[in-house]
Write a protein of this length. Structure first.
Length: 438
């Protein structure tokens, strides 16, 4: 019964939010992308509200009632527009044949995911030892605070709570800790990445390129396998991707799109600590690139306000200090002068690109040949800065460098992988279109 109420709430919220987004993002063919944005905006707000409900000891029924009341209020603002919804064909509409091809690609991804996920019924190491463990504490209701005990320092209790809170909400509604829930969430996030890239390319009238991406996506078994581990890295990858997609479309929609951009970039910090770096890096370059457009900057940070307030509350009031930060010393910072560390990190990273992310090298070479300006674009600079930031972490680690690289470098690169592919594809597609016309 509770699960039905939760799903009903999600459906009403998504429909309502989608209608609200239509006012600011109504480009031809944008419906699929709006639906994806609506789903994750809804689930992110649910995560914030669930965390706040734990702080005031609300029951799961009270939480569901609260979000239902909010959904009714939102529905009242869009009711007139919802009654006018029609399903007429229009510019940018996906044809039945195209819809069938999308379905075939999704089924191919699904088959590979199911095959791989059988090895990770309870998630890989961090899946069950960190993310699902955190979810169990959050699902315990009034005992959630035990997650932040010093006895659990090994389980990284300072990590943000978006993914664990989603799992916890469904577990509480089910009344058990079903291992199916984390796996289903991991699957939906994976599919969302593939469809988000296609949806954005479809809006840009690059549907053929979008289908090529969908057809090739199931062949990337390494990415799909890593997505099935139930880690938060794929969710992080999705939010970075959605932020870059919104950034790409910032000049083609309503100015209110900047609110949405701010919300998603800031919300990435509610997924993993790396999201804090992404928000800071993205915000810095956004301000730098938009310094003449003060209204855009204002809207961006207004959209980021709610996520930032929740994150600040969590980090200052509940989360313990990060273990890696706590053990830093003067000697640790002196490691920055150790040239051998740079060489080792560089060699490992280049080797990793060839073994785990083989698509990147050909795409970079293609971009270099067809559109070198990509490497000077804000998209490239943002992602390049993020990758340098991620690799810089290994300069300061107090743990064995080889162990750190083997256990984390692939996951950090995994977070940037979809956004990097998307931005390069967009750049190459635009360049080829220009060459075709001239």
């Amino acid at each position: 019964m509770l699960l039905f109420i939760l799903l009903l709430n999600i459906m009403v919220w998504v429909i309502t939010v989608n209608q609200l987004l239509k006012r600011i993002f109504s480009l031809p063919g944008s419906m699929l992308l709006r639906i994806i944005l609506s789903i994750y905006l809804t689930l992110t707000i649910f995560s914030f509200l669930y965390f706040l409900s734990l702080l005031v000891s609300l029951s799961i029924m009270a939480f569901l009632t609260g979000i239902f009341i909010i959904s009714i209020i939102l529905l009242s603002f869009t009711w007139k527009e919802l009654k006018k919804i029609t399903f007429r064909s229009g510019t940018g509409k996906i044809s039945p044949v195209q819809l069938l091809l999308i379905l075939v690609c999704v089924l191919a991804i699904t088959g590979i995911f199911i095959d791989v996920a059988q090895r990770y019924k309870y998630g890989d190491w961090d899946g069950w030892a960190l993310w699902n463990l955190h979810a169990k504490f959050l699902a315990s209701g009034s005992l959630y605070y035990r997650l932040f005990s010093s006895n659990l320092a090994w389980a990284s209790p300072d990590y943000p709570l978006m993914l664990p809170s989603w799992i916890a909400i469904f577990w509480r509604c089910l009344g058990n800790f079903s291992p199916v829930i984390p796996s289903v969430i991991a699957y939906i996030v994976l599919i969302s990445i593939a469809l988000s890239v296609f949806a954005s390319l479809h809006i840009q009238k690059q549907t053929a390129v979008g289908f090529l991406f969908l057809i090739l996506f199931p062949m990337d078994h390494v990415f799909i396998a890593r997505s099935s581990t139930q880690y938060a890295d794929t969710l992080m990858a999705l939010f970075i991707l959605l932020s870059m997609i919104l950034f790409h479309h910032r000049n083609t929609g309503d100015k209110k799109l900047y609110y949405l951009l701010g919300f998603f970039t800031a919300s990435s910090a509610w997924i993993k600590n790396e999201g804090i770096l992404f928000f800071l890096v993205f915000s810095f370059y956004f301000i730098f690139s938009s310094w003449r457009n003060r209204s855009a900057i204002t809207r961006y940070f207004t959209g980021a306000l709610l996520p930032l307030l929740v994150i600040i509350l969590f980090k200052t009031g509940y989360a313990p200090v990060n273990g890696l930060v706590k053990i830093q010393s003067v000697n640790t910072f002196l490691q920055v002068f150790d040239i051998s560390r740079y060489i080792k990190i560089g060699q490992f990273y280049i080797s990793l690109l060839f073994t785990d992310f083989p698509v990147i090298i050909p795409l970079i070479v293609t971009a270099f040949i067809l559109d070198r300006k990509y490497f000077l674009s804000w998209n490239s600079i943002i992602l390049m800065t993020m990758q340098i930031g991620f690799l810089s972490v290994f300069l300061f680690t107090t743990r064995d460098l080889t162990w750190g690289l083997n256990t984390a470098c692939d996951r950090l690169t995994h977070q940037l992988y979809p956004a990097l592919i998307y931005t390069i594809i967009c750049s190459i597609s635009i360049r080829l279109k220009y060459l075709h016309l001239h």
